[in-house]
Design a protein around this ligand. Structure first.
Ligand SMILES: [Fe+2]
Length: 251
């Protein structure tokens, strides 16, 4: 069976709906989400509802966690966007059932998912929600850190969180990925594969990014979407203009 794996939607409805259109066009029935459905963008409720309805797996991201607890380590732009998201999801006060429902959904999210053919996390295999696995840190890491990262049993671990599509190998190589149509074969050594970001890519390609997983192959897809519409909504909702600008640059 083929799965689509999506991550880091960040409340970008235009990007998410286009990605689902592409998934449906390809006839992929199973969709797995690695978290960060909310935060930064203007449509947290719509995105959350669609992910809940369509995804067989929905993992806790650090932005979901920060909605439930006081955010630690978030810079001011992310903190302000989280405060706005909290009001949007948990308010208004005269609709308490809405807040209860969203809180329950977020509270119950798992931090990782094991399948025979893959491990799914948001951050890294050793810290599933919070650790940023960046190419430079990986290349400079001590051998015991690399060994710790690859202690999982499955042939491949899928991750998101950094919004930078790339592939880490057990033999300590890193190569950038995320080009449309790029294929990665799962054979031999274990891999950690970052699937990129649907709603806020940071690899200087503003198109939405997701992967298709066939069991022995991973294929990256890049999907153009109505970026201007998302940018307008960010402005209309009083969110910081830098959140709109960065989408245009893919950073
Ligand atoms: Fe994220």
């Amino acid at each position: 069976m083929t799965d689509a794996i999506i991550s880091d939607i960040h409340a970008n409805w235009e990007a998410l709906s286009k990605v689902f259109e592409d998934i449906d066009r390809r006839g992929i029935e199973s969709v797995l989400c690695l978290g960060d459905v909310v935060g930064y963008g203007p449509d947290p409720d719509r995105c959350l509802d669609l992910v809940r309805r369509r995804c067989a797996v929905y993992l806790m991201g650090n932005h979901e966690e920060a909605l439930l607890r006081a955010p630690i380590g978030f810079y001011s732009l992310a903190r302000e966007a989280l405060a706005w998201t909290r009001t949007r999801l948990f308010g208004p006060w005269w609709k308490p059932w809405r807040a209860i429902r969203y809180r329950r959904i977020l509270n119950d999210l798992p931090r990782l998912a094991h399948r025979p053919d893959c491990l799914l996390v948001h951050g890294s295999p050793r810290d599933p929600t919070s650790e940023y696995l960046l190419p430079r840190d990986f290349l400079l890491a001590d051998p015991d850190v690399i060994a710790e990262l690859f202690t999982f049993e499955e042939p491949v671990c899928f991750t998101g969180h950094t919004h930078m599509p790339c592939v880490f190998t057990e033999g300590r190589n890193v190569y950038p990925s995320g080009e449309d149509g790029m294929e990665v074969r799962i054979e031999g050594e274990k891999l950690i594969i970052n699937v990129g970001s649907v709603g806020q890519p940071r690899d200087r390609d503003p198109r939405a990014c997701y992967v298709e997983f066939t069991g022995d192959r991973v294929i990256y897809h890049r999907i153009p979407y109505d970026l201007a519409a998302t940018q307008q909504k960010i402005a209309a909702n009083g969110l910081d203009h830098r959140l709109a600008e960065r989408l245009g640059y893919g950073v």
